[in-house]
Design a protein around this ligand. Structure first.
Ligand code: HEM
Ligand SMILES: *[C@@H]1O[C@H](CO)[C@@H](O)[C@H](O)[C@H]1NC(C)=O
Ligand SMILES: *[C@@H]1O[C@H](CO)[C@@H](O)[C@H](O)[C@H]1NC(C)=O
Length: 515
């Protein structure tokens, strides 16, 4: 018995060793440099052990292979290609998109609201859903949604006015503030309901939304660390609890029925999804491309939470941080807002006028360069692909292989951005130079890029316009400059984002703006 146990152990160890060895030599004759294989930790080791933020781990890995076009890395235990060359990235995401259609998550999950969302859908189904949803994000729809966002922004300023009347100083943690704010924006644009999460701190929609984000990140992190399909199946990894699935399902489907019965047309995403479901209220409403299930429809509203809540409130939070840390930039932006208000001459802000604000655009671009919410993009290879212009010989990327695009590495490479760690909106403002799409990828690239990039920029700019129209954002005793990132996947500050808001009609503000 004893001997048999030993023998079994030896065999098991041998198999394990073979398995590791197999992984470790994956890149051996593939004409690339590659990272050393560390079982279970992989190339993002410092992220996995909780020492670094995802952003910093990606930058570090990017720097490690300076001068290379493509290298081999390990996504935990899975070998993956790490693309360092902007021209190659363009080929893979844009020109030869057909070889790299899907996102990595498609491989691990498909039975829940997240897995059914357009982000995780694959192949033809993805194409159909993407073209169903695209009309929601065109220029003309943007104008309509702009009005909804404007309302939410005004609601935010009203809240601050109340605080102003109550407290002697407005000291705020911006992440929490913007989360509530943006939650209201999602409620109104995606779910067709009005909430005020700043005033009513415990409204159900807010609580549910928060739980969803919590859950998604928790489980995505889990999937990231153990991206075996088997394990997630074994643990019956629904990304969300049934409770939350059901809440949103009821919310959306009941809403649709109610609108259908009462013939209510509202310019939001539900309306577009009703068209997609063949519930169109208008004679010439779009015809459905294919039959979608209730779950598939609801999942697309949910994408606003998953794709749109944290990214946008993060964008806003980091913007207020940078404006606080760089008062000259803030003053310049406030001046542009003042001039724009003059041009409006008493009229409310409109989408066209806002789109013409060049410094605003530069500030937001610069924030997303330094602090973009997605440090990497990923694709799964759906048809073999050969990189022919590699120095050390051809590279064959095979069907099923994962490729990573290190966005934050490229965004902080001094080859493309002089003095890359400096917050400097003028790089997008002076000499009329717009962004170079080859090396600027906060929203991804090609047919799979963020479906809502214009919507996201509109949200961020509108909120900033109203906020900075009434308050300057200043250092307070709880502020931390420079900021330190919290380890983990989510881009967060270790010490929160504390600021002091000073009303623009005070002496304090006047002294500051002229100093
Ligand atoms: C500043 C805010 C945002 C940033 C930085 C951002 C970034 C991204 C990135 C990097 C991707 C992956 C692109 C790729 O793989 O090439 C993506 C995809 C996506 N985003 Fe956003 N996003 C933002 C806001 C939003 C908002 C507000 C929504 C809400 C509707 C949204 C919905 C989506 C969807 C649905 C996809 C998947 C598209 C597809 O697979 O076809 N995003 N986003
Ligand atoms: C979110 O997660 C944190 C920490 O894991 C927990 O303290 C908090 O209660 C969670 N919030 C919700 C709404 O589930
Ligand atoms: C954009 O950047 C790439 C990579 O550095 C460069 O080759 C290209 O010329 C740039 N395009 C423009 C219009 O500046």
């Amino acid at each position: 018995m004893f001997l048999e146990t030993i023998a079994l152990l030896v065999i098991l160890l041998f198999l394990l060793y073979k398995w590791f060895e197999n992984k470790a030599i994956f890149f051996k004759d593939k004409n690339v440099k590659y990272d050393k294989f560390i079982p279970f930790l992989g190339s993002f080791k410092d992220l996995v052990i909780g020492k670094k933020s995802m952003r910093d781990a990606v930058i570090e890995l990017y720097k490690k292979f300076d001068g290379e076009k493509v290298v081999g890395i390990y996504d935990n235990n899975t070998p993956a290609w790490f693309l360092r060359d902007p021209e190659l990235i363009k080929r893979i995401t844009v020109k030869e998109f057909d070889h790299f259609v899907n996102h990595k998550v498609t491989k691990s999950t498909n039975d829940n609201l997240f897995g059914l969302s357009v982000f995780a859908m694959a192949d033809q189904k993805w194409k159909d859903m993407r073209s169903t949803l695209s009309p929601a994000f065109t220029g003309s729809k943007m104008r309509l949604m702009f009005d909804l966002i404007k309302e939410v922004s005004e609601q935010g300023v009203e809240y601050l006015k109340k605080r102003e009347a109550r407290d002697s100083e407005i000291i705020m943690e911006m992440k929490d503030f913007f989360n509530r704010f943006m939650n209201d924006a999602i409620a109104t644009t995606a779910f067709g309901i009005r909430t005020n999460s700043l005033e009513d701190e415990n409204n159900k929609f807010f609580k549910m939304g928060k739980a969803v984000i919590n859950f998604t990140f928790f489980k995505l992190q889990f999937l990231f660390f153990f991206n075996f399909k088997v394990i997630s199946k074994f643990l019956n990894m629904r990304l969300l609890n049934k409770k939350y699935d059901d809440y949103f399902k009821t919310l959306v489907i009941d809403n649709m029925k109610y609108r259908k019965e009462n013939k209510i047309v509202r310019n939001d995403v539900i309306n577009i999804l009703m068209d997609a479901k063949g519930m169109s209220l208008t004679e010439n409403g779009a015809k459905p491309i294919r039959e979608w299930t209730d779950e598939e429809i609801v999942a697309q509203c949910f994408v606003f939470f998953f794709g749109g809540l944290d990214t946008v409130s993060q964008g806003l939070t980091f913007t207020t941080y940078e404006l606080m840390a760089n008062p000259d930039c803030q003053k310049k932006l406030m001046k542009e807002i003042e001039e724009t208000t003059k041009i409006l001459n008493g009229q409310p802000l409109n989408y066209e006028t806002m789109s013409k604000m060049k410094y605003m655009d530069a500030v937001v671009n610069e924030v997303l360069r330094l602090w973009g919410g997605a440090p990497t993009l990923d694709r799964v290879c759906s048809r073999d692909f050969v990189v022919e212009d590699n120095e050390n010989g051809n590279i064959l990327i095979q069907q099923g292989d994962i490729v990573f695009i290190p966005v934050s590495g490229i965004h902080t490479d001094s080859q493309y951005y002089a003095d890359p760690n400096k917050f400097d909106p003028s790089r997008f403002y002076e000499n009329d130079s717009p962004v170079n799409e080859t090396t600027y990828l906060p929203f991804g690239a090609g047919p799979r890029k963020c479906i809502a990039n214009r919507f996201a920029l509109m949200e961020i700019k509108t909120v900033l316009f109203y906020l900075l129209g009434s308050y300057s954002i200043r250092l307070c005793s709880k502020s931390h400059v420079p900021l330190e990132l919290k380890p983990g996947m989510q881009l967060q500050s270790k010490h929160g984002f504390w600021v002091k808001m000073v009303p623009t009609n005070t002496e304090d503000h006047k002294k500051w703006i002229n100093s």
